[in-house]
Design a protein around this ligand. Structure first.
Ligand code: NOJ
Length: 566
């Protein structure tokens, strides 16, 4: 399908212990959704041991580090984003010792490890929440959350009009001692995920300890869930839907997001991370999931002394059109990036339909679209992503060109989004189906033989996308990713943060990085003339004098070196 024209082994990474600099600048970080990555014990759920066994695969892919979705004890109402113990490991995933061993193994292979921290909300099974429910309405235990009396004659109406991101009201009522209906508590997501009250000093101190715990265990960074959340507008007023639409694109509860005080938390966490960096000589990354559409607002999260970077989701949301992509890239490099804060580019994650399917015009519950077209564009988009200055975040399976599973049966769907919207939104299960590794067994090598079936069913067509098969093919999507990542590490010009546009035909993106590297992406429906220089890699085997429609390629201008010397 695809013809990378260059494949070279990646130069060896500097040893982790001596890498005191900001290792994420220009890095490629691979998101591991643990329950779907590799199952080692046959329960149909991925685990830490399985990930340890697959680390050499990730090393071979050439990435610099991994970001691990939550693996903490949790009743799994939102697959781990409902945490009941912030310093433990869920038994489905292994033990704390496994987590330590994973970090050790990863470091020995030159891979950094970033773990997910969920500070906006916990689980209804967190001991603090259990104590709050058991307490009197005026009890201090309730102050760590947002409990409030209801409106209406008997308090039967929620305290305000805020909506949950997952659908329905953002409030749930509890039964008081004796069983009578009582106060309500706030949950920006599912009712099983009560929001913390971040104006409470014990909440602040608790997370200081959580950070130190994971840094002490040796992790290299934290991915921070809902980093624009945490503080709510004082006194929790009703909101005006129009405001929400504008700022977050999500008309739910704008007063729950982007409050000024949240920046105090990021300064506090940055001081902790910097303290570890100073003491150990190893920089620790703070990357935020900040769900704001306004680029200037997003930029405020990576001001000096706050987060190191925040995911830039506009890139993921952009249609396959040159002007739209160019505008988004400009906004990223000019507005979102800050001094010492590179853009965190992302095309896929565990919350969004996979890029192949988006570019194919498919959607969960609405068919796969034109998969061949989606694959061509996703391959070209990969070369675009990997050519941009900053950090590239990949999501497991993206390197295989996995399409979304758009037709999971209703009874298999486990995302609270599906259930809370009465099926109106299919939810995110389709991008979380366990990975196909090989033709072996009933689960494409995801679980050992004779195991419980994978927690989400894999379609038969996964057979075409296995790692094993793609490693055997010279021109697979996996080979394209491996070759492009290796080149990204080898070409000196690609460490430059400077991106300069070159004029190109309509529908075409063309830019240089540093001295002599050129990336061309053809979003038009016609082949276009390739720029001067030698072809380094192409998403389409027909690339030569011309770059075909929906193709992308990298070139090196005459006289420039493709090899970095060490
Ligand atoms: C963002 C996470 O990426 C998503 O998976 C989760 O459901 C919500 N935050 C709530 O924690």
């Amino acid at each position: 399908m695809l013809a990378p024209s260059a494949q070279s082994p990646r130069p060896s990474s500097p040893p982790i212990e001596s890498a005191g600099d900001d290792w994420w600048h220009n890095a490629v970080i691979y998101q591991v959704y643990l329950r779907s990555f590799q199952d080692s014990d046959g329960d149909g759920i991925g685990d830490l041991q399985g990930l340890r066994e697959r680390l050499p695969y990730l090393r071979g892919l050439g990435v610099d580090g991994i970001w691990l979705a939550p693996f903490y004890p949790s009743p799994q109402h939102d697959h781990g984003y409902d945490v009941s113990d912030y310093t433990g490991v869920h038994s489905d995933y292994g033990t704390l010792a496994d987590a330590g061993d994973l970090v050790g193994d990863a470091h020995r292979l030159g891979l950094r490890v970033v773990v997910d921290i969920v500070p906006n909300h916990c689980s209804v099974e967190h001991p603090w929440f259990a104590a709050a429910v058991a307490a009197e309405p005026a009890g201090p235990e309730r102050q760590r959350f947002h409990f409030a009396d209801g409106r209406g004659e008997d308090g039967e109406l929620p305290p305000n009009n805020w909506r949950s991101i997952f659908g329905g009201s953002a409030w749930e009522r509890v039964a008081e001692r004796g069983g009578a209906p009582g106060q309500w508590f706030l949950h920006s997501f599912a009712p099983e995920q009560p929001d913390f009250n971040w104006r409470h000093p014990e909440v602040v101190a608790h997370f200081d300890r959580v950070l130190r715990f994971w840094f002490d265990l040796g992790v290299d960074g934290l991915r921070i869930d809902v980093a624009h959340g945490l503080h709510k507008r004082d006194r929790l007023p009703d909101h005006d839907l129009a405001v929400g639409d504008e700022l977050t694109g999500d008309p739910v509860n704008p007063h729950a997001w982007n409050q000024r005080e949240v920046h105090d938390v990021w300064r506090r966490w940055r001081a902790i991370a910097d303290g570890y960096a100073r003491r150990t000589g190893r920089a620790r990354l703070l990357v935020g999931e900040v769900g704001l559409l306004d680029a200037e607002q997003l930029a405020t999260y990576q001001r000096p002394g706050e987060l190191h970077q925040s995911f830039y989701f506009d890139f993921l949301r952009a249609p396959w059109e040159a002007p739209a992509l160019r505008e988004v890239i400009d906004k990223g490099t000019r507005t979102v990036a800050g001094p010492g804060a590179p853009v965190a580019w992302v095309l896929n994650n565990h919350d969004m339909p996979r890029s192949v399917t988006r570019y194919a015009g498919g959607a969960p519950g609405h068919g796969a679209g034109d998969v061949a077209l989606g694959l061509r564009r996703a391959a070209a988009a990969a070369l675009l992503l990997l050519a941009l200055p900053g950090t590239a975040y990949l999501y497991q399976g993206e390197e295989l060109g996995l399409p979304e599973v758009t037709d999971l049966p209703d009874e298999a769907l486990s995302d609270p989004v599906f259930h809370r919207t009465g099926g109106a939104r299919r939810g995110r299960d389709g991008c979380r189906v366990p990975l196909p590794w090989s033709a072996v067994g009933d689960s494409f090598g995801f679980s050992p033989d004779g195991a419980t079936p994978p927690w989400l069913p894999q379609p038969d067509w996964f057979a075409r996308y296995t790692v094993e098969r793609q490693l055997d093919l010279g021109d697979s999507m996996l080979q394209l990713y491996r070759a492009a990542i290796a080149l990204r590490h080898r070409i000196p010009a690609m460490s430059s943060q400077r991106l300069r546009w070159i004029s190109a035909e309509p529908g075409v993106l063309c830019f240089t990085r540093g001295d002599g590297f050129v990336c061309m992406v053809n979003c038009s429906s016609q082949p276009v003339r390739a720029p001067m220089g030698s072809l380094l890699i192409a998403s389409d085997p027909e690339t030569g004098e011309k770059v075909p429609a929906d193709g992308a390629a990298w070139f090196l201008l005459p006289g420039r070196s493709a090899a970095r010397t060490f």
